[in-house]
Design a protein around this ligand. Structure first.
Ligand code: BV8
Ligand code: ZN
Length: 260
């Protein structure tokens, strides 16, 4: 086993408060297109051009065509070994939810024997982490399967593939994807939980993110500042690579199972 992988594995095994931060690279091997870099997202648009309230106001049909195309791709995607490995790490840290259920002891949401905790913070909106069995998840950019009415504000799950464009709410209002767009603040409670978990972590794994989007990228810096061991898994270098204690170069779906 390569030296750096062994080092990260040992560190993970001896850690109590583990946080994993994921980006689109973790879903790449499930066939879900990443945002930046080769195989980038859609026609010749940049996410910053489409994932904004201004873009939706200007051309809601174009933005819905983009989300409909992604929903279609995601609907036929399955979790890959990276998703399953992250779910397994959580299970081991929370003493295996199955065992917890057997002892009947009610474990706190974060599960885990006293002192041990696991939090998954994902920028991904595809829902593949929960499909793979992850439980304690903070979806900081929302979910592509939830929609919100611009009229009455109601938020519901909508899994129509394809979705009728332009979708409307029963109240007549236009529906938008319930995701966080550029220039929009992340839900206060979710971002507080994410910074709280990152501040208290003794180990953070950052996998498959280009580390350019804020405030997600700052979560890794926060963990590092507060003394966590930060390991990065990525096929390329990112602005976070310099501060990481270990950088595992390669595909998340191949490296993560090696950590178990
Ligand atoms: C906010 C929507 C407060 C959901 C997304 C100026 C004005 C206004 C704001 C800003 C500004 N300057 C900066 C900002 C902040 C802005 C921002 O960060 N801009 C960036 C572009 C500079 N952020 C915001 O606006 C955030 N809100 O700050 O509120 C505020 C409010 C007003 C004014 C100021 C501040 C909101 C951020 C959320 C934006 N929403 N998406 C959706 O449609 O999905 S972001 C979008 O990028 C996705 O959500 C995605 O999750 C996210 C990050 O991308 P990654 O996940 O990292 O994916 P990417 O393709 O980039 O990289 C993939 C990586 O994987 C690569 O490194 C690749 O090498 C690697 N890889 C590929 N294959 C594999 C792999 N690794 C391992 N294995 C593989 N197989
Ligand atoms: Zn409505």
């Amino acid at each position: 086993m390569p030296e750096d992988l062994r080092r990260v594995r040992e560190r993970l095994l001896s850690s109590e408060r583990v946080v994993v931060l994921t980006g689109a690279g973790v879903s790449a091997e499930s066939g879900v297109p990443i945002f930046r870099g080769e195989g980038g997202l859609w026609r010749d648009f940049r996410p910053e051009d489409l994932a904004t309230p201004q873009a939706f106001k200007r051309d809601p049909v174009l933005v819905w065509e983009w989300y409909d195309w992604r929903r279609e791709r995601i609907a036929s995607a399955r979790p890959n070994p990276a998703h399953y490995a992250i779910a397994e790490i959580e299970k081991r840290l929370s003493g295996g939810t199955a065992r917890a259920a057997k002892t009947g002891k009610k474990r706190a949401r974060h599960g885990g024997p006293p002192g041990k905790s696991f939090t998954l913070i994902t920028q991904n909106v595809d829902g593949l982490h929960s499909l793979a069995g992850s439980v304690n998840i903070l979806e900081i950019h929302g979910s592509i399967w939830r929609v919100r009415c611009l009229g009455c504000g109601r938020e519901t799950v909508n899994r129509d593939v394809p979705i009728k464009i332009l979708p409307h709410c029963a109240c007549g209002g236009v529906l938008r994807p319930a995701v966080v767009w550029f220039g929009e603040t992340l839900p206060q409670a979710v971002i507080e939980a994410a910074f709280g978990a990152s501040s208290g972590a003794d180990f953070m794994l950052v996998a498959g993110t280009s580390g350019v989007v804020e405030p997600a990228a700052s979560l890794a810096l926060r963990a590092k500042e507060r003394g966590a061991f930060v390991a990065e898994i990525n096929t390329g270098r990112t602005p976070l690579s310099g501060m990481a204690d270990a950088t595992l170069h390669g595909k998340a779906g191949e490296i993560l199972p090696g950590l178990l």
